[in-house]
Design a protein around this ligand. Sequence first.
Ligand code: ADP
Ligand code: MG
Length: 240
Amino acid sequence: MSETETARRGAGSETGRPPLIRIRNLHKRFGDNEVLRGVDLDVREGEVVTIIGPSGSGKSTLLRCVNLLETPTSGEVHVLGQQINAKGARLDRIRRDIGMVFQQFNLFPHMTVLANVIEGQRTVQRKSAREAEETARRMLAKVGLEHKADAKPRQLSGGQQQRVAIARALAMNPKIMLFDEPTSALDPELRAEVLDTMRELAAEGMTMMIVTHEMGFARRVADRAVFIDGGQIVETARPA
Ligand code: ADP
Ligand code: MG
C-alpha cells in the first residue's frame, strides 16, 4: 500500500470521527453454549479489521451480530451511530448499509450474472430496471467481470462467482462490508483474484470486517488483526 493510501485510510481515527461499528460487552448464547463472552470492538470509517481464530471460536457469530442475522443475548452493537439491538431500531436501514459476503457465494443458479447483481437493487431498494442494470454493470466492471454479465453462475469459476457475490453486495451501495471466510471454499489458485478485489476495495476506503485464515492478506491489507478464542478477543495487533 502506498503512503498516501495509508495516510488517507488512517484519517478516520485521527480526526476523532465516531466508529462506524461499536461493540460493547457483547454476549451471544445458543442454549447453554455461550459463544460470545464479552466482546468489545470498534471499527472506524475506512478501517479494515481482520478477525482470526480457531474454528468454533465465534467469528461468524460476531459478524452476524453486526447485521443482526443473529440477535445478541446482551451487550450493545452500534452501527453508524445507531444501537441496532435496541427496540425500534431500523433493521431495513441497517441491512441496507451493510453488505455481506459468505464462504458460499449463494448466487441464484437459474439467473444470469447480471440478473443476480440486479435482483436486490430491485426487490430491496426498489430501483428502476434501468438504474439497477447500470449499477450492476458498473459493479461487474469493478470486479473485472463485465464480460460475464450474460453467463450463468455455473459457467464461472469459484473465484469469479465470489467476485460476482462481491459485486452484488456493492451494488447496494453499502457503507460497511462484512466478509466471512470469502476464500475458504476456493481452490488455492482461485483465491488471489478474490483477495485482490478485496484489497482494491480497502484501498478505496471501504470499511471492512473480514473473517479469514489468509495471514498474508491480513498482514498486507488490514489495519488491525483481532484474535478471537473461546468467544473473547484475546489479542489485537497491527498485522505487521
Ligand atoms: P467460527 O465462525 O469461529 O467457526 P461460529 O461463530 O460459527 O464459529 O460458531 C461458534 C459456536 O456457536 C459453535 O459452537 C457453533 O456450533 C455455535 N453456533 C453457531 N451458530 C449457531 C446456531 N445458529 N445455533 C446453535 N449454535 C450455533
Ligand atoms: Mg465461521
